[in-house]
Design a protein. Sequence first.
Length: 86
Amino acid sequence: MIDLNTLDIEPEALKLISKRLALELTILPIALKNDIMIIAVPQLFRRRLLTDVRIILGKKTRVKAVSASRDSIVAAIHRFYGKSEN
């Protein structure tokens, strides 16, 4: 599990997934390295989630998941996206 309170989030990664979608899926985009999007997901997530995110981003982008608590993901979404709805 990672600590989202001490992690630097790349602003470019946040731009690829809207706040609304991040909250709906309970994911937090952390970084985009070459063609790999790193996202925080809850400990218990369905494998289909990674496929869904890959489809949203485009099939050329691979998705790597790191684990974080659901509550910390939601709090980090509000912190990093701000008050905007998008």
